[in-house]
Design a protein around this ligand. Structure first.
Ligand code: FE
Length: 196
């Protein structure tokens, strides 16, 4: 990639690549549009919530998810790519003494397929820089006050690797169905800015 090319805004670079594929007869505008529309129509935090609820109710699935999330997702008919290039997913588990939160310090990389479109604050410089410097204070701003003895790990996403948080299962949910458990899980819980 030439320096000139790399200095273009990402949208212009994507458009240039698309045009080259179209010129080469490999695809069409209509095909590209329908692939993106299909991907976005299925990208939603309800996907991430389903994964979490399964992990809470099936220890073997949880173990597979933490070891190789991309493979485990397919058991629920999900994938990170939606037919497009698949990114590596790492699922990070909250415990009684460890809390995880995700960010992309460079731009706004995010597990779109599982969480849907990212919230606007996720893309803001303020979040991206301060969550790395002082995660405890940033989480408190989101209303999540963690005990001092809970260690916080900040995971920095990249073009190749995305992260999703596996929140702790709330107390007093032993009798709930997997579907009802999934309804408890929020987008912020999957990012790590909320407990669930
Ligand atoms: Fe990014």
């Amino acid at each position: 990639m030439s320096g000139d090319h790399a200095s273009l805004p990402i949208a212009a670079r994507v458009r240039r690549l698309e045009q080259r594929l179209i010129d080469a007869g490999l695809t069409t505008d209509a095909e590209l549009d329908s692939a993106v529309t299909e991907f976005l129509s299925q990208a939603s935090p309800t996907n991430g919530a389903r994964v979490v609820a399964r992990a809470w109710t099936d220890d073997a699935f949880r173990a597979r998810l933490l070891t190789d999330a991309n493979t485990a997702l397919r058991e629920l008919g999900l994938s990170m790519g939606g037919g497009l290039q698949e990114q590596r997913l790492k699922v990070v588990e909250n415990t009684s003494d460890r809390h995880n939160v995700i960010v992309c310090t460079l731009c706004s990389c995010y597990p779109l397929a599982l969480l849907g479109p990212s919230p606007s604050w996720y893309k803001y410089e303020a979040y991206r820089s301060s969550v790395v410097r002082d995660p405890r204070a940033v989480l408190a701003e989101f209303g999540l006050r963690l005990d001092q003895d809970v260690e916080i790990t900040v995971w920095d996403s990249s073009a190749e690797t995305r992260y999703m948080v596996l929140p702790r299962r709330p107390d007093n949910t032993a009798v709930m169905s997997e579907e009802d458990l999934a309804a408890l899980v929020t987008r912020e819980g999957l990012i790590g800015t909320a407990a669930v």
